[in-house]
Design a protein around this ligand. Sequence first.
Ligand code: SIN
Ligand code: FE2
Length: 215
Amino acid sequence: MANYELWRSDRQLTEPLADGAALLRGFASKDAANLLDAVREIAAIAPFRHMTTPGGYRMSVAMTNCGERGWVSDANGYRYDAFDPETGRRWPAIPELFLTLATGAAAEAGFPNFRPDACLINRYEPGARLTLHQDRNERDFTQPIVSVSLGLPAVFLFGGARRKDRPRRIRIENGDVAVWGGPARLAFHGIAPLAAGSDSLAGEHRINLTFRKAC
Ligand code: SIN
Ligand code: FE2
């Protein structure tokens, strides 16, 4: 895979990550403040919480969701649930701005028919990390994953189809959007422990929106 950068316009560039995967640099930059406001509104209804892995570990990343379905983890396993287990209520709806952004990014990366029904919202504080994993709790692997980075920068780990494939380490910043689908849909990925810092919009946090078609 050639490691080159392709200029799309004077303020955005698309970086191929693998066959079926691309990093859209700055794709969400102009929406960052509005996206973070919407995250605050969602978190007022469905608060961030540290979920537990099926193996009994507390995740360092705090999570919430919006959409028809939300991703949850507890002693019973990983799954998508229409109801927030903390509140017993449905997750807040995906804001229109989120949908426009996610479908636009997917189309830009070659997936014009993306129909997300789930948005996992991750909040990282310094030291928080997400170990290498595949997103495989969804039903339809023809639909891609769209992942929007806001706030503090991070090191995105992007590997191959096997856990032992050594991941690339890619610095991602506020407004960057990663899309993976097709032959890259089950690529292992993760986030290295977040470095300390302060962001003008998100404070001492990185916020990530991951859009999926879950059902
Ligand atoms: C995820 O894999 O769910 C999110 C990765 C990220 O925070 O960028
Ligand atoms: Fe993931």
